[in-house]
Every structure is written in structure tokens, then in C-alpha cells.
Design a protein around this ligand. Sequence first.
Ligand SMILES: Cc1cc2nc3c(=O)[nH]c(=O)nc-3n(C[C@H](O)[C@H](O)[C@H](O)COP(=O)(O)OP(=O)(O)OC[C@H]3O[C@@H](n4cnc5c(N)ncnc54)[C@H](O)[C@@H]3O)c2cc1C
Length: 295
Amino acid sequence: MKPSRFNYERPESLTEALELLNIASAKGLEARIMAGGQSLIPMMNYRIVKPDLVIDISRLLELDRIQTGASGGLVAGALSRHSTMERSDLVAQHFPVVPEALQHVAHLAVRNMGTIGGSLAHADPAAEWPLLVRLLDATLVVASVRGERRIAASDFFISMLTTAIERDELLTQIEFPFLPDGSGSTFDEFSRRHGDYALAGVGVCLTAHDGHVRQARVALMGVGDTPLRSPDAEAVLTGQAWSEDLMQRAVEQGCAALTPRQDLNASSDYRRHLTAVLMAQTLKTAWSRATGAAQ
Ligand SMILES: Cc1cc2nc3c(=O)[nH]c(=O)nc-3n(C[C@H](O)[C@H](O)[C@H](O)COP(=O)(O)OP(=O)(O)OC[C@H]3O[C@@H](n4cnc5c(N)ncnc54)[C@H](O)[C@@H]3O)c2cc1C
């Protein structure tokens, strides 16, 4: 199918892009940002979205950067491509879980075009970036002519394909605070074919101290309308001495309250089962990396 009729603008600066969004919003027009176009164009072709105006931000090179932040942590511009993040030494050094997870995003051609900002704004609950920003407690920065807002990843995802970004706002950068010393992290997912969206996925970050779990983060995808953290699994683990039994209890508690959706690809029970298997594996790997890092 072909998209419905739309106007197209390609601003040269962030200021110009925000002006265009502001004018469209004031006129009651639907404007859509186009970053990599890997989700927007198919949605337009299927007429799931029919924007009056497409604002192509591919020339906003100020949003295409990865650097350490002034107050610590890592800052990624919203226009950073998946493949750039996957290959960045800076990202791999501080957040090895990012390239580990990004290998699962589609195929190279899509990863060369798709952006972190586009994936987060698209907010597919089975996508890797939404899980990663929840796992890593990132902050998402949005801008409009009214100014800037900083949104915690935990407040960013409202429901499937819906975020806290307002109509006149653009996601500009994502801030990742560094992990505590002694942390180990990992990610794994299950999909029918490599590159497909996952049926379920789990990301884990554990901080080890003296044989105990000082801090636990467990993030889930594909089992809710948004990426989730598992407060139940985290509560079981935090402050406790690591053991196989502790890990099993965390998996049981973490999966007990899950009510994944059922669709053509998987039943609710199957998604819960996959999550439990992935959670057990990722907890073990993260612990082994955390204790390796603590030595
Ligand atoms: C065949 C195929 C397989 C895929 N498989 C996977 C997969 O396994 N896992 C996965 O995570 N993704 C997958 N994707 C999606 C891919 O990761 C996309 O790149 C991503 O979802 C959107 O990024 P984009 O830069 O292309 O955004 P676009 O398609 O340009 O935009 C997507 C949405 O975000 C909005 N948007 C974009 N940038 C901004 C911004 N800075 N501020 C505000 N709003 C913005 C747009 O208006 C639009 O609504 C797949 C895509 C394809 C085509």
C-alpha cells in the first residue's frame, strides 16, 4: 500500500525542527518525526498512521553522538543508529549489555538505519531499547519550544506504542548513569527466527559484594504493554547471599504475577514459561559476571 498524502520537511537544526512541531501542533495537524524511518514508513504504508506532516530529522547531526556526560554517565543522542551503539567502544566499555542486546534487533540493514530515539518513541513492548533503558535506569530528555523535560525511563512508557512525549516534543538524548562497581549484566531473548521481535526477553544487572547481591535489576519485555521491571524478583535477591535456591525463588516470585498477553505467536502460559527460563539463565550469567568484576 501507499501512504496517504503528507507534507515533508527536512530541517537543518533542532531549533527549526521544534518550530515546525510547534506550528503543526498549534494548527491541530498531526506531525510525525522521521528518524530512521524503519517503523514509521511501514506504519504509513499500512495507513496505521496518516500524518499531515513528516519532519525528517536525519540532518540534525547534533543528535547523532555518543559521549560521557558532564555529570558522569553516558549520553547518546536520539539519532544514534543501532549499529553505531552496537559498535561503540565507549558503550561496550561501560554497558556491555547494550551490544549484547542489540545483536537481536532485526538485521544489519535495519540496524544501520534505525535509531535509539526512534525505537524508544515507537515504544514496541517487544523491542530491545525500551527494555535496556528500563534496566539501566536511563533518563530521556525531550525538547520543545517551551523548553526541555527530563523523564525517567520508568515514567516514559505509557502503554503499547504510547509514550510520555507530547505532540510538540522531540526526544533529543538519552542519559545512562554508570553502573556501580562490582556489577555484571546480561540480556537474552527468545524469538522464532533471529531478527524477529522477541516473544519474551529478560535483562539483568546484579551488583555483587562479599557473596551478597547488593543491588538487583531485572527487566522484562514481551510480557506486558510496556517494558517492565520485576520488583518481586528484585526484592527476593537484594541484600541476600547468592545461592541456586535464592535464584530459583527470585524466578518463581518474579514470574508468579505476570499476565502476558496471548496472541497468534504464543499463549500467555508459554510467554510466562519463556520468561522464567530466560530469567534463570540471565541471573546466573549476570552473577558470574558481577563476581568476576568484583574480584
Ligand atoms: C524488518 C524489521 C524488523 C525489525 N525488528 C526489530 C526488532 O527485532 N527489535 C526492535 O527493537 N526493533 C525492530 N525493528 C524496528 C527498528 O528497530 C526501528 O529502527 C525502530 O523501531 C524505529 O527506529 P527509527 O529510527 O527507524 O524510527 P522511525 O521509524 O523514524 O520512527 C518511529 C516512531 O518514532 C517517532 N520518532 C522517531 N524519532 C523520534 C524522536 N527523536 N523524537 C520523537 N519521536 C520520534 C516517529 O515519529 C515514529 O512515530 C524492526 C524493523 C524492521 C523494518
